[in-house]
Design a protein around this ligand. Structure first.
Ligand SMILES: [Fe+2]
Length: 206
Protein backbone atom coordinates (compact mmCIF):
# COMPACT_ATOMS: atom_id res chain seq x y z
CA UNK A 1 0.00 0.00 0.00
CA UNK A 2 1.42 3.38 -0.94
CA UNK A 3 1.69 6.31 1.47
CA UNK A 4 2.40 4.09 4.45
CA UNK A 5 4.73 6.42 6.36
CA UNK A 6 4.51 9.84 7.97
CA UNK A 7 3.55 12.32 6.68
CA UNK A 8 0.35 10.76 5.50
CA UNK A 9 -1.87 12.36 2.89
CA UNK A 10 -5.32 11.62 1.60
CA UNK A 11 -5.01 9.47 -1.50
CA UNK A 12 -7.80 9.98 -4.05
CA UNK A 13 -10.61 7.49 -4.24
CA UNK A 14 -9.98 4.85 -6.91
CA UNK A 15 -13.28 5.89 -8.58
CA UNK A 16 -15.42 9.02 -8.95
CA UNK A 17 -17.39 10.26 -5.94
CA UNK A 18 -20.65 9.42 -7.68
CA UNK A 19 -19.45 6.09 -9.05
CA UNK A 20 -21.18 4.01 -6.38
CA UNK A 21 -24.60 5.59 -7.00
CA UNK A 22 -27.35 4.59 -6.47
CA UNK A 23 -26.04 2.42 -3.62
CA UNK A 24 -23.72 4.88 -1.90
CA UNK A 25 -24.48 8.51 -2.66
CA UNK A 26 -22.04 11.13 -3.90
CA UNK A 27 -22.50 13.52 -0.99
CA UNK A 28 -21.75 10.81 1.55
CA UNK A 29 -18.62 9.85 -0.36
CA UNK A 30 -17.42 13.46 -0.36
CA UNK A 31 -18.01 13.92 3.35
CA UNK A 32 -16.68 10.51 4.26
CA UNK A 33 -13.47 10.72 2.24
CA UNK A 34 -12.74 14.45 2.25
CA UNK A 35 -13.73 15.26 5.82
CA UNK A 36 -13.92 12.19 8.03
CA UNK A 37 -10.87 10.39 6.64
CA UNK A 38 -9.00 13.68 6.28
CA UNK A 39 -9.52 14.40 9.98
CA UNK A 40 -8.00 11.04 10.96
CA UNK A 41 -5.03 11.75 8.66
CA UNK A 42 -4.51 15.23 10.13
CA UNK A 43 -4.73 13.95 13.70
CA UNK A 44 -2.37 11.05 13.01
CA UNK A 45 0.16 13.42 11.42
CA UNK A 46 -0.12 15.71 14.43
CA UNK A 47 0.50 12.88 16.90
CA UNK A 48 3.48 11.65 14.90
CA UNK A 49 4.86 15.15 14.53
CA UNK A 50 4.85 15.51 18.30
CA UNK A 51 6.42 12.04 18.75
CA UNK A 52 9.06 11.75 16.01
CA UNK A 53 10.13 8.24 17.04
CA UNK A 54 6.73 7.02 15.84
CA UNK A 55 7.56 8.23 12.33
CA UNK A 56 9.90 5.27 11.83
CA UNK A 57 6.90 2.94 11.97
CA UNK A 58 4.53 2.41 9.06
CA UNK A 59 0.77 2.72 9.36
CA UNK A 60 0.41 -1.03 9.58
CA UNK A 61 3.34 -1.45 11.99
CA UNK A 62 1.90 0.92 14.57
CA UNK A 63 -1.39 -0.95 14.43
CA UNK A 64 0.28 -4.34 14.77
CA UNK A 65 2.43 -3.15 17.67
CA UNK A 66 0.21 -0.87 19.73
CA UNK A 67 1.53 -2.55 22.88
CA UNK A 68 4.97 -1.05 22.15
CA UNK A 69 3.57 2.46 22.25
CA UNK A 70 3.21 4.18 25.64
CA UNK A 71 -0.40 4.56 26.68
CA UNK A 72 -0.23 8.34 26.44
CA UNK A 73 0.24 8.10 22.68
CA UNK A 74 -1.32 4.75 21.96
CA UNK A 75 -4.89 5.96 22.53
CA UNK A 76 -4.50 8.64 19.85
CA UNK A 77 -2.53 6.36 17.54
CA UNK A 78 -5.07 3.55 17.84
CA UNK A 79 -7.93 5.89 17.07
CA UNK A 80 -6.33 7.84 14.22
CA UNK A 81 -4.10 5.24 12.56
CA UNK A 82 -7.07 2.90 12.84
CA UNK A 83 -9.32 5.52 11.25
CA UNK A 84 -6.92 5.90 8.33
CA UNK A 85 -6.40 2.18 7.83
CA UNK A 86 -10.05 1.18 8.17
CA UNK A 87 -11.34 3.90 5.86
CA UNK A 88 -8.77 3.22 3.17
CA UNK A 89 -9.58 -0.47 3.32
CA UNK A 90 -13.30 0.23 3.16
CA UNK A 91 -13.01 2.61 0.19
CA UNK A 92 -10.56 0.43 -1.70
CA UNK A 93 -12.70 -2.70 -1.51
CA UNK A 94 -15.74 -1.04 -3.04
CA UNK A 95 -16.06 -0.48 -6.76
CA UNK A 96 -18.64 0.49 -9.35
CA UNK A 97 -17.74 -2.86 -10.88
CA UNK A 98 -18.67 -4.56 -7.61
CA UNK A 99 -21.42 -7.07 -7.10
CA UNK A 100 -19.03 -9.75 -8.21
CA UNK A 101 -19.02 -13.03 -6.39
CA UNK A 102 -16.19 -14.20 -4.14
CA UNK A 103 -13.61 -16.23 -6.00
CA UNK A 104 -10.64 -18.46 -5.43
CA UNK A 105 -9.56 -18.99 -1.83
CA UNK A 106 -12.24 -16.66 -0.48
CA UNK A 107 -15.04 -18.53 -2.21
CA UNK A 108 -13.66 -21.83 -0.98
CA UNK A 109 -13.29 -20.45 2.57
CA UNK A 110 -16.81 -19.03 2.59
CA UNK A 111 -18.30 -22.26 1.26
CA UNK A 112 -16.37 -24.35 3.80
CA UNK A 113 -17.23 -22.14 6.76
CA UNK A 114 -20.76 -20.97 6.04
CA UNK A 115 -22.05 -23.52 3.53
CA UNK A 116 -22.80 -21.02 0.77
CA UNK A 117 -22.38 -17.38 -0.17
CA UNK A 118 -26.04 -16.70 0.65
CA UNK A 119 -25.64 -18.07 4.17
CA UNK A 120 -22.44 -16.09 4.65
CA UNK A 121 -24.22 -12.89 3.59
CA UNK A 122 -26.97 -13.47 6.15
CA UNK A 123 -24.53 -14.09 9.00
CA UNK A 124 -22.38 -11.12 8.01
CA UNK A 125 -25.39 -8.82 7.77
CA UNK A 126 -26.61 -9.91 11.18
CA UNK A 127 -23.19 -9.18 12.69
CA UNK A 128 -23.07 -5.74 11.03
CA UNK A 129 -26.58 -4.92 12.29
CA UNK A 130 -25.60 -5.88 15.83
CA UNK A 131 -22.61 -3.54 16.06
CA UNK A 132 -23.76 -1.29 18.88
CA UNK A 133 -22.85 2.32 18.24
CA UNK A 134 -19.92 2.91 15.90
CA UNK A 135 -17.69 0.29 14.38
CA UNK A 136 -17.14 -2.18 11.58
CA UNK A 137 -18.04 -5.72 10.58
CA UNK A 138 -15.35 -7.75 8.84
CA UNK A 139 -14.70 -10.98 7.05
CA UNK A 140 -11.18 -11.86 8.15
CA UNK A 141 -8.71 -14.68 7.74
CA UNK A 142 -5.81 -16.04 9.74
CA UNK A 143 -4.36 -17.65 6.65
CA UNK A 144 -6.30 -20.85 7.21
CA UNK A 145 -9.92 -20.20 8.12
CA UNK A 146 -12.32 -17.35 7.41
CA UNK A 147 -14.28 -15.66 10.20
CA UNK A 148 -16.72 -12.82 10.76
CA UNK A 149 -15.74 -10.34 13.46
CA UNK A 150 -16.82 -6.87 14.51
CA UNK A 151 -14.68 -4.05 15.89
CA UNK A 152 -15.69 -1.00 17.89
CA UNK A 153 -14.88 2.59 16.94
CA UNK A 154 -11.69 2.57 14.83
CA UNK A 155 -10.15 -0.60 16.23
CA UNK A 156 -8.74 -2.69 13.40
CA UNK A 157 -8.61 -6.44 12.75
CA UNK A 158 -4.80 -6.11 12.58
CA UNK A 159 -4.43 -5.51 16.30
CA UNK A 160 -6.16 -8.82 16.97
CA UNK A 161 -3.96 -10.67 14.49
CA UNK A 162 -6.50 -10.94 11.68
CA UNK A 163 -6.07 -10.10 8.01
CA UNK A 164 -9.16 -8.31 6.71
CA UNK A 165 -10.88 -9.58 3.57
CA UNK A 166 -13.84 -7.19 3.38
CA UNK A 167 -15.15 -4.70 5.93
CA UNK A 168 -18.14 -2.42 6.23
CA UNK A 169 -18.08 0.90 8.07
CA UNK A 170 -21.31 1.07 10.10
CA UNK A 171 -20.66 4.43 11.71
CA UNK A 172 -23.76 6.52 11.03
CA UNK A 173 -21.73 8.98 8.95
CA UNK A 174 -21.28 6.18 6.40
CA UNK A 175 -24.99 5.99 5.57
CA UNK A 176 -27.17 8.48 7.44
CA UNK A 177 -27.58 11.02 4.61
CA UNK A 178 -29.06 8.47 2.24
CA UNK A 179 -30.32 5.63 4.38
CA UNK A 180 -31.22 7.62 7.50
CA UNK A 181 -31.35 5.16 10.39
CA UNK A 182 -31.89 2.12 8.16
CA UNK A 183 -28.56 0.37 8.52
CA UNK A 184 -30.28 -2.72 7.19
CA UNK A 185 -30.78 -1.14 3.75
CA UNK A 186 -27.30 0.36 3.74
CA UNK A 187 -25.76 -3.09 4.28
CA UNK A 188 -27.79 -4.51 1.38
CA UNK A 189 -26.64 -1.64 -0.84
CA UNK A 190 -23.03 -2.02 0.24
CA UNK A 191 -23.06 -5.66 -0.80
CA UNK A 192 -23.87 -4.44 -4.33
CA UNK A 193 -20.57 -2.58 -4.57
CA UNK A 194 -18.19 -4.94 -2.75
CA UNK A 195 -15.22 -5.63 -5.00
CA UNK A 196 -14.35 -9.25 -4.32
CA UNK A 197 -11.55 -9.16 -6.86
CA UNK A 198 -9.84 -6.39 -4.88
CA UNK A 199 -10.55 -8.27 -1.65
CA UNK A 200 -8.79 -11.31 -3.06
CA UNK A 201 -5.77 -9.20 -4.07
CA UNK A 202 -5.54 -7.52 -0.67
CA UNK A 203 -6.03 -10.46 1.63
CA UNK A 204 -4.68 -13.33 -0.32
CA UNK A 205 -1.73 -11.88 -2.18
CA UNK A 206 -2.72 -11.83 -5.81
FE1 LIG B 1 -16.30 6.17 8.39
Amino acid sequence: MENQYYPFYNTPLPYEYNALEPYIDEKTMHLHHDRHLQTYIDNLNQTMKQNPWLQRMSLVEVLYHLEKIPKEQSIEVRKNAGGVYNHRFFFETMSPDGNTQPMGRIKQGIDNTFGSYEKFERVFKDAALKVFGSGYAWLVTDGNGFYIITTQNQNTPLEFGWTPVIGIDVWEHAYYLKHYNERNKYIDDWFQVVDWKKAEEKCCGR
